[in-house]
Ligand binder design. Structure first.
Ligand SMILES: Nc1nc2c(c(=O)[nH]1)N[C@H]1C(S)=C(S)[C@@H](COP(=O)(O)OP(=O)(O)OC[C@H]3O[C@@H](n4cnc5c(=O)[nH]c(N)nc54)[C@H](O)[C@@H]3O)O[C@H]1N2
Ligand SMILES: Nc1nc2c(c(=O)[nH]1)N[C@H]1C(S)=C(S)[C@@H](COP(=O)(O)OP(=O)(O)OC[C@H]3O[C@@H](n4cnc5c(=O)[nH]c(N)nc54)[C@H](O)[C@@H]3O)O[C@H]1N2
Ligand SMILES: [Mo]
Length: 712
């Protein structure tokens, strides 16, 4: 008897998660079973490392909670009781219900809801847009993340990737601003450490002493939502002390005199009052940042999560041009480099199929849309959710749940698991996980094309999103060539393969190598704006933004390339500080009842809500905690380890108090991403979040909420 020796096959893949790193994977398969997922050591940026979230990724595919078949609700809404049905039954029920809704209310009564559960070109953020545009559904504006940042960035420097994170190794002064990099952009950190070995200083600006702040040479705590004032204070010092690179400013910028006048309104003493950063620290930061070249700024998405967040990013993005940091390899700023990829979003999303006059509803207003608060005509009668988990991740949690409980709302959810959102579905559809599907990934933290190839067969009747929409299109009778394309035909159509960035790169090459760097210069040579070349209308870094006249707008990439957006509030063409909606300084009346600010950043061991249902990750992440400063805890009689209730007029959630000097006095922290149904009390941090928008790009305002905390 000879023992069966199974051979391990290695297949090249890429991480599907909504994260800047998009790591290169190696799938290890034995006898058709995924036995391990490791990092591909050949990738120059991700270098074979995977984060803690992906440590047990192979097993995640076999989690017994996976949805394997289409299901129909049998119990009351939200009960989580479902029965198995066939794909044919599911699709014909969807068609029957939608036909009825369309004939009574019109197709706009149907609204899709999607975000970045998956980051592929075929299966990601925009994979359903063509279908819903063809259907005539309400256009869902997707501004969960990045829209405030991208809008501000594009207004200032245009759609450019800016500084390559790999080039950080050549910087001498690095500011990580509003980002907990060791948790959220781990694979950029080694480049910063490399720079430090060569003498660079690392500064972290964050209200919280995070894992990243603890590793920095200088941590500057700042009140949430006040970064614009700090950046303008830096400009005040840089201009006042004549630390400006006048030659760079004269050649490659627009609006210096106006910016100088604006910065004059922010002397360091005033900035200290607004931000909580001592005036001398404002001066020191400005002097060091200007004088130590190349200086680099890594901006976090977290900067956008308040009323004035977009303008803060405008102000920060002006800094490198003022001091000439862009002249150098390793100098400048990085927000996200997606703009370097020649993706043809108009071919993916088909905005040409949107019927004129079709309304746009922002996804962050989901609760208000479903409960009638927005007074939509026609009302939303059907919601189709994929790649997203709004009950946990969108603001105004209780309003969303109330909306999803509506008996007359027909809800379809395509998911991997029965999430807190999927529980409310009338029809559940099973989706594949990354090792089971093919995709070319969209990346936003490095400059590599990343191909993911399927390693194992899908379990049960799971299908990739791209196939889901082919099936839906067929069911609804759409016979456009769009849904007859194969995956490769789609990818061929969806990228500009003739562009210089993709020269020499083909799908076949990616099938062999797994990834390939864009032709945009190597990290040790790249200085994309050494001689201007900004992608703005003027070709310069626009301190005074020429596109501001259009009013509040959203940079199309994250809202799917539509021009249907309603005009918004006027936008100041110059960066300015806009006080938060909710802060003790700007809203003292509200602060009498709810005196504490709250931030809800990303969990270390979950990816938004993903892995929040995995026992191994729950152990790594720990239960929902609420960080409270000792002074605030003492005032409330809260001891370390007590259960506390965090609340405001919008709702409440519970967690275990951790008393810590890591948060500023007056601030509490609770990570987002915990599954509400697995938390004490059945809610999570978005129970207290307001569904207001940032003044640029319609971003969410998760760092702009006041609460009170009590012991339970
Ligand atoms: N482990 C892990 N990694 C992730 C994710 C995850 O869920 N888990 N999610 C991914 C996604 S979708 C995104 S968008 C990125 C986001 O990654 P980051 O940009 O790092 O965003 P956050 O984790 O929300 O917040 C980072 C830090 O910003 C601070 N902060 C909050 N408000 C402000 C403010 O107004 N000013 C300043 N200066 N700081 C502020 C918080 O205290 C926090 O320490 O991470 C990605 N990576
Ligand atoms: N309070 C607070 N709220 C926040 C934030 C914050 O910092 N604080 N951050 C915001 C940000 S930056 C973001 S990006 C959003 C994220 O919000 P979401 O994108 O809604 O976050 P996820 O929890 O990743 O939910 C994605 C869902 O898609 C599912 N999924 C994964 N792959 C597939 C697939 O291939 N097919 C289908 N059909 N489904 C799939 C997953 O199982 C998961 O349930 O949250 C926002 N919400
Ligand atoms: Mo995000």
């Amino acid at each position: 008897m000879s023992a069966h020796v199974s051979e391990t096959r290695i297949i090249k893949g890429a991480c599907p998660q909504d994260c800047p790193d998009t790591c290169a994977f190696l799938y290890h398969v034995e006898d058709g079973r995924l036995v391990d997922v490791t990092g591909n050591p050949e990738h120059p940026m991700t270098r074979g490392g995977l984060c803690v979230k992906l440590k047990d990724y192979a097993e995640h595919h076999y989690n017994p909670g996976r949805i394997l078949y289409p299901m129909r609700r049998t119990g009351p809404k939200g009960s989580g009781e479902f029965e198995r049905i066939t794909w044919d039954e599911a699709l014909s029920e969807i068609k029957r219900r939608w036909d009825g809704i369309i004939s009574s209310y019109g197709a706009q009564a149907i609204m899709p809801h999607a975000y970045l559960g998956h980051q592929g070109t075929l299966n990601g953020l925009t994979c359903g847009d063509a279908f819903f545009n063809r259907l005539g559904a309400t256009v869902a504006e997707k501004t969960y993340c990045e829209s405030g940042s991208s809008t501000a960035w594009v207004m200032t420097v245009g759609p450019t990737g800016g500084l390559d994170l790999e080039s950080l190794a050549y910087a001498k002064y690095i500011v990580v601003w509003g980002m907990n990099m060791i948790s959220t952009n781990l694979h950029a950190w080694p480049f910063i450490l490399e720079a430090r070995q060569k003498g660079a200083k690392i500064v972290v600006i964050d209200p919280v002493r995070t894992r990243t702040a603890k590793q920095a040479d200088w941590h500057i705590p700042i009140r949430p939502g006040t970064d614009a004032a700090l950046a303008l204070g830096m400009m005040n010092v840089i201009i006042g002390e004549d630390l400006v690179d006048h030659d760079y400013v004269a050649r490659y910028t627009l609006g210096f005199e106006e910016l100088k006048a604006r910065a004059a309104e922010y002397p360091p003493e005033l900035v200290a009052e607004i931000t909580g950063v001592p005036a001398d620290d404002v001066r020191k930061l400005a002097r060091e940042y200007a004088a130590t070249q190349p200086s680099a700024i890594r901006q976090g998405v977290a900067l956008e999560r308040s009323r004035g967040g977009g303008q803060a990013i405008r102000a920060i993005t002006c800094l490198p041009a003022l001091v000439g940091a862009w002249r150098h390899v390793g100098g400048g700023a990085v927000e996200m480099p997606i703009w370097e990829f020649p993706i043809k979003f108009d071919r993916i999303c088909r905005p040409d199929w949107i019927k004129p006059g079709t309304r746009v509803v922002n996804e962050l207003d989901l609760g208000a849309a479903l409960t009638g608060e927005l007074a939509l005509d026609p009302p939303i009668k059907s919601l189709f959710v994929y790649n997203s988990n709004p009950v946990s991740q969108a603001p105004a949690q209780s309003k969303i749940v109330a909306g999803l409980m509506r008996e007359d709302l027909f809800t379809v959810v395509s998911e991997l698991f029965v999430t807190d959102t999927a529980r409310y579905a009338d029809i559940l559809l099973p989706a594949t996980m990354q090792a089971e599907q093919y995709d070319l990934m969209v990346t936003w933290g490095h400059l590599y094309m990343m191909l993911n190839q399927p390693a194992i067969a899908p379990p049960g009747e799971c299908v990739p999103n791209v196939e889901l929409f082919r099936r839906l299109a067929r069911t609804m009778g759409f016979d456009d060539p769009y849904w007859k394309m194969t995956d490769d035909e789609m990818l061929t159509e969806f990228y500009d393969w003739d562009s210089p960035a993709l020269e020499g790169i083909t799908l076949d090459l990616l099938k062999g190598e797994g990834f390939k760097r864009l032709n945009v210069g190597m990290p040790d040579q790249r200085a994309p704006h050494a001689e201007g070349n900004f992608k703005t209308p003027s070709g310069k870094c626009e301190f005074k933004a020429s596109v501001a006249e259009g009013g509040n707008f959203v940079v199309p990439v994250w809202r799917s390339m539509y021009e249907a957006m309603q005009p918004g509030d006027p936008v100041d063409p110059l960066p300015d500080y806009i006080a938060p909606y909710e802060a003790p300084q700007s809203n003292p009346e509200l602060a009498r009842r709810f005196p504490l600010s709250i931030v809800s950043p990303k969990p270390h061991a979950f990816l938004n809500t993903q892995y929040g249902n995995e026992a191994v990750q729950q152990r790594r992440q720990g239960e929902q905690t609420v960080l409270v400063h000792p002074k605030d805890a003492a005032q409330r009689g809260i001891a370390n380890g007590d259960f506390v209730r965090v609340f405001n007029e919008r709702g409440a959630f519970e967690g275990r108090a951790e008393i810590s000097f890591d948060v500023m006095p007056g601030l509490v922290l609770a990570n987002v991403g915990y599954w509400p149904s697995l938390n004490r009390g059945g809610t999570s941090v978005n129970a207290i979040s307001a569904d207001r928008h940032c003044s640029l790009g319609q971003a969410g305002t998760y760092s702009d909420n006041l609460v009170e905390v009590v012991r339970v």
